[in-house]
Design a protein around this ligand. Structure first.
Ligand code: CP
Ligand code: NVA
Length: 301
């Protein structure tokens, strides 16, 4: 494993190893056991979009591993003034030990990886959000004991989160039911792969998707970069809300996850979010542990 560009690039074994290491690093942190295994290493963190969790968890995480994090807003880099990615990559590769990037196009992340010569981690693109799903799976394992055979339902936009959840379920053997409007479907190739692997069902009926689900997952209706479409999207998604009525369909012990930030009373009611806050904020915390595991796997000499 050289980079984390998307989950489909990892084997099931690699995903399992990351989750096990994440559990270990969480245990070590909670028990004051030092784990400065990336001493002297620097992670550059390029952001072309906003972030709370990704930025703070990566910066804190690399510090806890003995290294240093550099926040690089694309607006302040020459990248923002048109310097090509492949030039930026070849320069940064000579200073840094790893790069985390959050941006729009998946192809930009792939190009950065091709030219930098150092590990690149995808911190979200329009296509996928692999770090988030590693933290999600870590959380599900913690609460439910294992992943295989569980039923996850995703209610809402077939965007980056839905794509990465499908990719992750293909690798881990979880069943995923995606409920989305017909004009907001997940990536076509991933849908085909998921159906071939016999783990994916797509429907436009959220109640059908939620039936006996062990995990109920949702994400915002208008993602970063789609702000102008927000009004139309609110109409398209009005029947795709995680609320008390939908939760009645899910398993009695079902957990609710949300990558956050949440828009209360849009994709999820305030009531359901607060009822499941313990799981949702554990999930947010687990970003730290899962990403530390990814950095160790990619950057430890
Ligand atoms: N879930 C997530 O990636 O959050 P941020 O946008 O705050 O980083
Ligand atoms: N789909 C959301 C996820 C945020 C973590 C977005 O891309 O804005």
């Amino acid at each position: 494993m050289k980079h984390l560009l998307k989950l489909g690039d990892l084997s099931s074994t690699e995903i399992n190893e990351i989750l096990n290491l994440a559990d270990q690093l969480k245990y070590e942190l909670k028990n004051g056991i030092p784990h400065e295994v990336l001493k002297g290493q620097t992670l550059g963190m390029i952001f072309t979009k906003a972030s709370t969790r990704t930025r703070v968890s990566f910066e804190t995480g690399i510090y806890q591993l003995g290294g240093n994090g550099l926040f690089l807003s694309s607006a302040d880099l020459q990248l923002g003034r048109g310097e090509p990615i492949k030039d930026t990559a070849r320069v940064l590769g000579r200073y840094l030990n790893g790069i985390m990037i959050r941006t729009f196009k998946q192809s930009d992340v792939e190009e950065l990886a091709e030219y930098s010569g150092i590990p690149v981690i995808n911190g979200l693109t329009d296509y996928c959000h692999p770090c988030q799903v590693l933290a999600d799976f870590m959380t599900i394992r913690e609460i439910k004991g294992s992943l295989k055979g569980l039923k996850l339902c995703f209610i809402g936009d077939g965007n980056n989160m839905a794509n990465s959840l499908i990719a992750g379920c293909i690798k881990t053997g979880m069943k995923i039911f995606v409920a989305c409007p017909k004009n907001h479907m997940p990536d076509k190739n991933l849908c085909e792969e998921g159906k071939k692997a016999n783990i994916l069902t797509i429907t436009d009926n959220p109640f059908e998707a939620a039936e006996k689900a062990d995990v109920v997952y949702t994400d915002v209706w208008a993602s970063m970069g789609q702000e102008k479409e927000a009004q139309q999207r609110a109409k398209d998604f009005k029947n795709f809300q995680v609320n008390a009525e939908l939760m009645k369909k899910a398993d009695k012990e079902a957990i609710v996850l949300h990558c956050l930030p949440a828009h209360r009373n849009e994709e999820i009611t305030d009531e359901v979010l607060e009822k499941h806050a313990a799981e949702i904020f554990e999930e947010a915390e687990n970003r730290l542990h899962a990403q530390k595991a990814v950095m160790v796997k990619l950057m430890k000499k």
